[in-house]
Design a binder for this molecule. Structure first.
Ligand SMILES: [Zn+2]
Length: 545
């Protein structure tokens, strides 16, 4: 099998190298292919095997991430005098994270959304409710009196659009080799929640590279499904621009749909980067590799439009939903009408171990820490397990702000824990047997941005001390970022401190438990306990100068 791939790839490369421009001309390419076939003893061998002898993609394995992770995580630093805080230990927080991820897994096995291709802790659906109710129960169990699950309804006229069922199917053709059968690309993830007619949509695919204007000058995408490629170098959101706008541009140029290969480890579903109202799907790395190879082989045979795809998509809009935030207040000892709000969103797509299972687990650990009688602070502390920001018309922070005017009036700072303890992964030196690049995990967490909306020197100083004291992997560039979750608090006039990672597994099926570092959870929890203690004792004029 691998022999056949190599000979096939070699042939395609020779073609490309010899005739870099003319390959675009179907007639010429056909003539060249015929010549190659006559000249090479290997010619014809590849096409005799199904799909040119290219190995079929592996399908999608839920809850698994294919990354080299043989060496463990760097241990947490425990400064002298903090040894007794067992509630902040990594293993303790990890146990909670397993519970939180369990709500997502249940969402998949119960097929909460359509055929179970999309799952998560979805605000407005039972998985979201279970997660927030679990958080409320843990806050109560920590000994905090008066914990509330504050319920609210979906905004008038708003609806949550979710894809229920879909398929991206590559259609077999006898010319691809004997025994070629249709291949369903299991990593496909729709980015728009529209529905196609029942018959679906079938068209040839056309490869457009990164879909820059320079590339598209030579490519006619009209009536075809355009295939663009994105290679995230960090957070997938960092490539929303240009990937999203370029998908929209392809649709404007007449493409009937866009497939975006997101080149990440394994074969992951990626729920990120839209294309306006058109039809677009993301594909994982392995499906992308297969598609690229068979398109190359077909082009080399003089059939640049030979690969055709059939798309199916069914979606639904949900309205009239409700959700809740879990809210716990630990009254301050001397300035009880001044508040430090500690927020973590409970909602997630897929397993969501890092977005935001880790942030939520750390928030619960902090509540246990500050619920200890000897850890009471001068200011009141408010812990919010927020319904989050994924479900249209059900804003967790927006509802908290609206439903708790007294707290917001007295809020000296909002701390938002959002993606806090994922390990860092990068492309590895090595490749898999099929040529797909491996990825590897290192000993530390992915870089953490510390967003300080008011740039207060006191808060900046605490971030610096956190690096020295706990080894927290904060990035160097100062930042006023407050994220989607923090936006409602900023609009309410409160200064916001956000701890946020941007790892490549963001909103993918690969963001699994194994991505999260137990020592990293402890590092963040210990840093945050320190940060909150310091803030709680600081003059208001220094917290928000
Ligand atoms: Zn998030």
């Amino acid at each position: 099998m691998r022999q056949a791939i190599q000979s096939g790839a070699g042939r395609a490369m020779r073609l490309g190298a010899l005739f870099p421009v003319l390959v675009a001309s179907a007639m010429y390419a056909e003539a060249v292919a015929a010549q190659m076939q006559a000249a090479s003893p290997l010619a014809g061998a590849a096409a005799a095997e199904a799909w040119f002898g290219v190995p079929l993609p592996p399908g999608l394995t839920p809850h698994v991430l294919e990354v080299i992770a043989e060496r463990g995580a760097a241990p947490a630093v425990v400064p002298r005098g903090e040894e007794q805080y067992g509630e902040l230990a990594g293993a303790r927080i990890m146990a909670d994270l397993e519970t939180i991820v369990g709500f997502s897994r249940e969402s998949r096995t119960s097929r909460e959304v359509g055929e179970g291709l999309l799952w998560g802790r979805i605000t407005g659906l039972p998985s979201g409710t279970r997660t927030v109710e679990w958080a409320a129960a843990e806050l109560r169990r920590a000994g905090i009196p008066g914990v509330e699950a504050q319920r609210f309804g979906q905004a008038e006229g708003a609806s949550l659009a979710l894809p229920l069922s879909w398929e991206v199917r590559l259609l077999a053709d006898p010319a691809f080799g004997a025994g070629s059968r249709d291949v369903v690309l299991e990593s496909a993830m729709p980015l728009t929640a529209t529905s196609l007619p029942e018959a679906g949509l079938t068209a040839p695919v056309v490869y457009v590279g990164t879909a820059s204007a320079a590339e598209l000058t030579h490519i006619d995408v009209r009536g075809k499904v355009a295939v663009q490629k994105a290679s995230p170098q960090g957070h997938t959101v960092f490539i929303r621009d240009p990937v999203g706008p370029r998908a929209e541009d392809l649709l404007e140029r007449g493409a009937i749909a866009v497939l975006t290969i997101v080149d990440l480890p394994g074969n992951l579903r990626v729920r990120d980067m839209g294309c306006g109202g058109g039809i677009c799907f993301n594909l994982g790395g392995r499906d992308g590799l297969f598609l690229e190879r068979v398109m190359g082989e077909s082009a080399a045979l003089g059939r640049p439009d030979g690969v055709r795809v059939s798309l199916r998509l069914e979606s639904e809009r949900f309205s009239g939903l409700s959700a809740q935030n879990a809210v716990a207040v630990i009254p301050g000892t001397s300035r009880a009408d001044e508040y430090v709000v500690i927020n973590a969103h409970a909602d997630a797509w897929f397993d969501g171990a890092g977005d935001n299972g880790d942030g939520l687990a750390v928030m619960v650990a902090l509540a246990r820490h500050f619920a200890r009688p000897e850890m009471r602070q001068e200011r009141s502390l408010v812990f919010v397990a927020s319904a989050g920001h994924h479900s249209t018309g059900l804003s967790g922070p927006g509802s908290f702000v609206a439903m708790n005017p007294d707290i917001m009036r007295g809020a000296v700072l909002v701390v938002n824990l959002e993606h806090t303890a994922q390990r860092h992964i990068t492309p590895a030196r090595s490749e898999h047997a099929d040529g797909h690049r491996e990825w590897t995990m290192d000993a530390h967490e992915a870089p953490i941005v510390a967003g300080i909306t008011n740039r207060a020197p006191l808060l900046e100083g605490l971030v610096r001390r956190g690096i020295e004291r706990y080894g927290t992997n904060f990035v160097s560039g100062p930042n006023t970022m407050a994220s989607g979750e923090g936006g409602s608090y900023v609009r309410a006039g409160a200064p916001v401190f956000t701890a946020m990672q941007g790892p490549p597994m963001y909103h993918t099926t690969g963001e699994v438990l194994e991505m999260v570092s137990a020592p990293g959870l402890e590092r963040m929890a210990r840093f945050m306990a320190f940060f909150v203690r310091e803030v709680s004792a600081a003059p208001a004029s220094e917290i928000d100068p």
